[in-house]
Design a protein around this ligand. Structure first.
Ligand code: PRX
Length: 628
């Protein structure tokens, strides 16, 4: 699987990179971790500086830049208004239907302030959590920034999630106010966001106010005591384009972002104003090497952590020009992305292996139709990139001159953790080495480092400023999930299996827990299984991940039907559609197999690894705990 060939960056890249040397700075950052981060924090403006860089008295609840006063918006917008950056483009947006909107930093400030005042007029105050459920349109970004500006936290729910998934997140966050849109465009069709919101809030009494941005113009149901059109509100005197930025503590909540874990319901990871600002902007500057002339495109959705950190916050803090696209990569033709790279002169493209594999499928002539020579750096995130896709990306998109930053990280880590720099010699499929300040290891169950080349659990040995500070409403789960396993050592346990080779390069193998990565999206088997048993005919079910050429992994389901029922092709289709309806289309199973029994331990736990081994025709491993 591994490919040990090395790809060396050119002298030109090495000479121009923001960071020209790794080893020395890495050593410095490990030996002087707090000093290193303090120096990075000095790159930003603070209302009041910290009394202490790191407070580790209450592990694992680390606090960064203790005593500091800040607001991420001050660094992402306000401070740029005093420099030439004010006149620079902050956002270039293209709709799937060809609409084009651009915003300078000056204009962005006005839009965000207007939305902030609208939110205030609806009673949103510091400490509240606003749920945002939107398509990829500029107002999605404005809504996030507007919340942060007035000290409210945002909880962005990915627009592909179903009403039930949305409801669960609204309830957990207790969001009184929701910002949404009538829909967005995807493959030429409007998505029904507003009706999904309506369905979700019919089932709960938490939401008082829904603010809807008009995008598609489709007819939607509006309840007159709850629903407001944004274009109506923003034209009222309440929506002044000036709004004070709230002064926040460094460790005040900036946002909540739900992600799947191995058990139970999704968990809301909490990120803060101070540490997160420093970590995301530093990684973006050093790894993605952003320069004033760059046009940065992170082709993720702001609904995921990649979008939060590298569409919204880091690029703005660094005063970059960012590009955002609303729709499908192959609409109307498979050259859509390359056409936009050419048109807007994109210089850095950051995307997922799934997207690369998807575009690779159409062949290189679609890419070659366009002059994409503006590209100078590429990035990958979300799942391991197979060497074949890496090489295609490198050769066809990067024309063998753009290094690929394969970045390993998580919702929990806030920013890039294992990553090359533009100067790093690359091996296709390896996320290479730790970012500054971070020490990693690959260990066994007893916390002993495994031999180089052997598989083990990935651990992080130190705190870093981008780390999530807790799980909303569930501190115990935070400790249990990430810190319990290597409690004695005080290590963070991300739940990934990896190998480290003799050059110190890390190779991520995949999740070790019951989390499935489908097309880079993170789903829990527990959630999928609970969706399955909510289907009338199913008594019990197990979901596993099997390799899939395009998606990386696909969901395969084994279900026991209720007594007297038997499986059919028709039922299989119904079950698939049911899961897609309950969770959202990304969770639709690839296959459903009806079985009489599921392999279980004597204590009744389903042994998914046995199902997986059987499906792959592999050795079933230790079966001593298998029930007769
Ligand atoms: O398994 C790893 C995989 O994605 C997981 C984190 O998922 P999520 O919180 O949704 O964040 C994804 C975007 C940051 C990790 O535990 N993963 C992420 N990046 C990589 C990766 N696996 C291999 N290589 C990567 N570059």
């Amino acid at each position: 699987m591994e490919d040990s060939s090395m790809y060396h960056p050119s002298e030109e890249i090495k000479n121009e990179a923001n960071v020209k040397e790794y080893e020395k700075l890495y050593k410095y950052s490990i030996e002087n971790r707090e000093k290193f981060w303090e120096e990075q924090a000095e790159e930003l403006e603070w209302f009041k500086k910290w009394d202490k860089v790191l407070d580790d008295n209450n592990k694992p609840f680390y606090k960064w830049f203790v005593g500091a006063k800040t607001n991420i918006i001050h660094n992402a917008i306000d401070r740029h208004l005093k420099t030439a950056t004010r006149n620079k483009l902050a956002v270039i947006w293209e709709g799937e239907n060809g609409d084009l909107r651009t915003f300078s930093y000056h204009a962005l400030d006005r839009e965000v302030s207007k939305m902030a005042n609208v939110l205030k007029s609806m009673g949103v105050k510091k400490g509240d959590i606003v749920t945002i459920y939107m398509p990829q349109i500029p107002e999605q970004i404005f809504a996030m920034l507007a919340c942060a500006k007035i000290g409210a936290a945002h909880s962005v729910v990915y627009g592909g999630f179903s009403a039930e998934a949305l409801l669960e997140r609204i309830r957990d966050a207790q969001s009184r106010v929701v910002v949404t849109a009538d829909g967005g465009f995807r493959r030429g069709k409007p998505t029904p966001l507003k009706s999904i919101i309506n369905e979700a809030i019919e089932m709960c009494s938490v939401v008082d106010v829904v603010i809807t941005v008009k995008r598609t113009g489709e007819e939607v149901f509006m309840r007159n005591d709850r629903d407001y059109w944004y274009h109506d509100l923003v034209n009222l005197p309440i929506a002044s384009p000036k709004c004070e930025t709230e002064v926040m503590n460094s460790d005040d909540m900036l946002f909540l972002l739900y992600t799947s874990g191995s058990t139970g319901k999704p968990k809301g990871l909490v990120h803060t104003h101070g540490g997160y600002s420093v970590y995301t902007s530093t990684t973006h500057r050093m790894v993605f090497d952003v320069k004033p002339y760059d046009r940065w495109w992170c082709a993720a959705d702001p609904g995921w952590i990649t979008g939060h950190s590298y569409i919204v916050y880091a690029p703005l803090i660094n005063g970059s020009t960012m590009f955002m696209y609303e729709g499908a990569p192959n609409h109307p033709y498979p050259d859509r992305w390359w056409k936009m790279v050419e048109k807007y002169g994109i210089t850095i493209l950051y995307t997922s292996p799934t997207a690369v594999r998807g575009l690779m499928r159409y062949g290189e002539s679609w890419v070659n139709r366009h002059d994409i020579s503006s590209l100078r750096l590429l990035g990958s995130v979300g799942e391991p990139i197979n060497p074949e896709a890496w090489k295609w990306y490198y050769r066809v998109v990067g024309k063998e001159k753009c290094p690929i930053m394969d970045t390993w990280w998580q919702t929990e880590t806030g920013g890039l953790m294992l990553t090359p720099l533009p100067i790093t010699p690359l091996k296709p499929g390896s996320a290479t080495r730790p970012f500054f300040g971070n020490e990693f290891a690959v260990v066994d169950e007893n916390a002993q480092e495994v031999k180089s080349g052997e598989k083990g659990s990935l651990v992080i040995k130190n705190p870093w400023p981008g780390m999530a500070v807790t799980i909303h409403n569930d501190e115990d789960r935070f400790v249990e999930t990430y810190w319990k396993k290597y409690e004695k050592q005080g290590w963070y346990h991300p739940g990934d299996a990896a190998r480290k080779d003799e050059d110190g390069y890390y190779w991520i193998i995949g999740r070790t827990d019951d989390v499935i990565k489908v097309s880079g999206y993170r789903l829990g088997t527990a959630e999928i299984e609970s969706a399955l048993v909510s289907f009338d005919d199913i008594a019990e079910a197990a979901a596993i991940a099997l390799p899939h050429e395009l998606k990386g992994n696909a969901i395969h389901v084994y279900a026991i039907l209720k007594a007297g029922l038997s499986g059919s092709r028709e039922l299989e289709v119904k079950v698939k559609n049911h899961v897609a309806e309950v969770m959202g289309p990304i969770a639709k199973p690839e296959s459903v197999t009806f079985v009489d029994k599921l392999p279980k331990t004597r204590s009744g736990k389903i042994m998914r690894r046995v199902l997986k081994a059987r499906a792959l025709g592999e050795d079933e491993g230790d079966l001593s705990t298998l029930e007769e």
